[in-house]
Design a protein around this ligand. Structure first.
Ligand SMILES: Cc1cc2nc3c(=O)[nH]c(=O)nc-3n(C[C@H](O)[C@H](O)[C@H](O)COP(=O)(O)OP(=O)(O)OC[C@H]3O[C@@H](n4cnc5c(N)ncnc54)[C@H](O)[C@@H]3O)c2cc1C
Length: 416
């Protein structure tokens, strides 16, 4: 058996597999990156009977997927298009995908279809809401065209009674919602860290899976279907999946990667969020307004002495120019995850529409960098926020799954 171990990385691959089975040093699929996309790529391949190695530079959850927001919020159901349909299919099927993952691993991923409430501050928003209510009837449907999720208008005077907090405040301030609010039943929330840890457990415990942390892929060789590692090792595989978040754009530019004749480009957009200690009965929806969102989490994340769920997450910022010029690796890591205490606009705004947050204490501040594609739509030239999935042109054994920006958790489980 030991003759098969050629490099330190291959020895580590053996060491990480918990099934006790000896793994072939050449996997069917080698995944670069242990974030939500990479871990789902690995789970899909293991389910298909493939041998899978995941190589992660830092540790699972060290990237944009390792936070605590976990909002699963649909695009608006009017002005429908293919991209909205793809996200809808993701949000609709996620419940079942999570149930299967929980059944395979015994984990609790903290998923709940909690709905979302958005204040209406101007009369003209009522008109938009009518279009969205009709859009939901047309588009939030099952295979037979029957509507299964809806959007509705909640009148201002109903807000406090329908969405009360334990402290007696309304969850959404009536001051910010003089025309009431839009409520949808499709939005959900998940506990990102519990979710990632369930996926990682599934891979580590699978007899055909391994997950090595602290190993950096420095280059991809599409012709040889192999990757080079920072420690000098080389790993070959039947297929390679590049899923290393915003850092994927560096690997992709190294191989001049294209799909549909479009060069695969993108950038990292930094975001930050806070986690609060605020007891609630886990019956509240996500609140969303002008880029700020408030996500109540369940008992699996934390409970207080009375047995109430007591974690609420608030997000988030979007900063493009966070990357310092000429930074060494240490400065880059500090810039990537450093929390900017001056950038609190998102939190101040959330407190203005959710008065219950005023009494809550901050238990964690977190920042990280999301991958955002900058690939223009071939028809419109518009740069969207959709991820890119699929095999790279001319190299059908090298694929990419990157650029989910703010919606990755709702779509990462879709086959890719
Ligand atoms: C503030 C904030 C709030 C967010 N809120 C939400 C939300 O509410 N809902 C939602 O759906 N999503 C949210 N996200 C997550 C967002 O959707 C991201 O798009 C998503 O987490 C990206 O997942 P990923 O797997 O592509 O990348 P990542 O999670 O970043 O994973 C990439 C992994 O690859 C590793 N890696 C990098 N380079 C290499 C290399 N060379 N070799 C090996 N490994 C490497 C990294 O260490 C990292 O672990 C949020 C993100 C942030 C920052």
């Amino acid at each position: 058996m030991s003759q098969q171990v050629h490099t330190p990385i291959q020895a580590r691959i053996q060491a990480t597999n918990r099934s006790g089975r000896h793994l072939d040093p050449v996997a069917d699929l080698l995944v670069v990156g242990g974030g939500i996309f990479g871990l789902w790529s690995a789970r899909h391949a293991l389910k298909q009977g493939k041998r899978v190695h995941v190589v992660e530079k830092r540790r699972v959850g060290a990237g944009a997927s390792g936070g605590f927001l976990g909002a699963l919020m649909p695009h608006m159901p009017d002005r429908w298009n293919e991209k909205k349909q793809m996200q809808y299919e993701g949000l609709r099927s996620l419940e079942q995908a999570i149930a299967e993952l929980e059944s395979d691993t015994g984990a609790d991923c903290g998923y709940r279809r909690c709905g979302r409430l958005m204040p209406l501050s101007h009369e003209r928003m009522l008109h938009h809401l009518e279009e969205r209510i009709s859009g939901a009837a047309r588009n939030w449907v099952d295979e037979r065209g029957k509507q299964i999720f809806n959007m509705e208008h909640v009148a201002p005077e109903e807000l406090a009674g329908r969405f009360p907090t334990l402290g007696g405040d309304g969850w959404l301030s009536p001051q910010i919602a003089p025309f009431g609010a839009a409520y949808d039943t499709l939005s959900a929330r998940i506990n990102p860290r519990a979710y990632l840890s369930a996926l990682a457990r599934y891979i580590r415990e699978h007899e055909n899976g391994s997950l090595v942390e602290g190993a950096t892929v420095t280059a991809v060789d599409p012709a040889a279907v192999s990757v080079s590692l920072a420690d000098g090792g080389v790993l070959s595989a039947g297929q390679i999946m590049i899923a290393n978040g915003w850092e994927a754009y560096g690997l992709l530019s190294g191989i001049d990667a294209r799909i549909g004749n479009q060069k695969l480009t993108g950038r990292g957009v930094k975001g930050q969020a806070v986690l609060l200690d605020l007891p609630h009965d886990d019956n509240l929806p996500i609140l969303y307004d002008s880029g700020s969102y408030v996500v109540p989490h369940g008992k699996g994340m934390s409970v207080d002495a009375s047995g109430n769920a007591n974690r609420v997450a608030v997000g988030s910022t979007s900063v493009d120019d966070w990357l310092p010029g000429d930074a060494d690796e240490e400065a880059l890591e500090a810039a990537r995850t450093g929390y900017d205490a001056a950038d609190t606009g998102f939190f101040d705004h959330a407190r203005s529409f959710c008065p219950a947050l005023a009494s809550a204490t901050v238990v964690e501040r977190w920042a990280n960098v999301r991958p955002r594609n900058t690939i223009p739509d071939p028809k419109t030239g518009r740069i969207g926020t959709e991820p890119v999935f699929g095999a790279i042109e001319g190299h059908d054994r090298v694929s990419v799954a990157a650029g989910g920006f703010k919606i990755s958790f709702g779509i990462a489980h879709l086959p890719h």
